[in-house]
Design a binder for this molecule. Structure first.
Ligand code: CU
Length: 285
């Protein structure tokens, strides 16, 4: 699947793929929107790889259809224009053509439907997961916790303002004071809910967009391949500061994650590094 995806992506976005390949060697890999970016973000999880595959497959099919219809229309306009074809044909029925224009779209729909259904199933059905994180949407921040581990407090992940983002060298409206920390190569179950209005926990590189609804716990999963910082945003139109609900997930090695949990699961507090920073707040303060 990865190899096929790579080939399809190269057809569509060769230059972009090359650029992100170079960026992957950077020390602290950051995955989020890029200036002038026009393709999907690099896949960081198996689900996103499949999103890429289905997306690229549909792109190839619809491009072929558009080109075919365009050429057919051009041919008809030129070949059957009034001056060239003064006596119009009275034909209104051709069985072979009718069979073709019914059967070909059905075949194309089946070709699209099979991987689409597989993808929906993969996104919806959780595999055996190795750990759980709980994500709570709260107007206007996210609350993260690790229910599997005792003595690990839940914490609030607040957005950084423009000056703070610049000072820590991370993108404004994507950077937070305390990222969600997860280990790489680990299947993580994500429980998503909200304490007030509806939000949506969306991390494009993970292929995740899960609604956070008060009174309901939705679940999804991811398994990150590579260490790095992955950015997302709330993507529900939840209110006036909707656009200020960034999501930052830091994928670290399993050893680093074990250390993080052993030391009480206290997130790296970026605000503490800045003058006048309020510091990370435990959610139950
Ligand atoms: Cu929101």
């Amino acid at each position: 699947m990865r190899a096929l995806n790579a080939t399809l992506s190269t057809i569509g976005a060769g230059a972009l793929a090359l650029m992100s390949g170079i960026a992957a060697f950077a020390q602290d890999k950051q995955v989020g929107p890029t200036d002038g970016g026009w393709w999907l973000p690099d896949a960081a999880t198996p689900v996103m790889e499949e999103v890429h595959f289905v997306h690229n497959l549909v792109m190839v099919i619809i491009t072929a259809i558009v080109i075919f219809v365009f050429l057919l229309m051009a041919y008809i306009l030129i070949r059957f224009r009034e001056s060239k074809n003064p006596v119009p044909s009275k034909t209104s029925h051709n069985t072979l053509i009718e069979v073709i224009w019914t059967v070909v779209p059905v075949i194309l729909l089946v070709i699209i439907a099979i991987p689409s259904m597989n993808l929906l199933y993969k996104q919806d059905r959780l595999p055996e997961t190795e750990m759980t994180v709980k994500v709570v949407g709260n107007t206007w921040n996210w609350i993260y916790s690790y229910p599997d581990y005792e003595g690990v407090e839940e914490f609030i992940s607040n957005p950084l303002d423009e000056t703070q983002s610049r000072e820590v060298g991370q993108p404004y409206l994507l950077a937070t004071d305390a990222p969600l920390i997860v280990p790489i190569n680990t299947r993580v179950k994500v429980l998503v809910t909200s304490v007030n209005n509806m939000h949506s926990w969306t991390v494009p590189a993970f292929g995740i967009k899960m609604d956070a609804v008060p009174g309901i716990i939705n679940e999804t999963w991811f398994e990150v391949y590579e260490e790095g910082t992955y950015f997302g945003q709330c993507s529900e139109i939840c209110g006036i500061r909707h656009y200020k609900m960034p999501i930052e997930v830091k994928a670290v090695s399993k050893e680093e994650f074990a250390q993080f949990i052993a030391s009480g699961g206290i997130p790296e507090d970026k605000l503490a590094r800045l003058d006048g920073g309020a510091g990370v707040t435990a959610a139950n303060d």
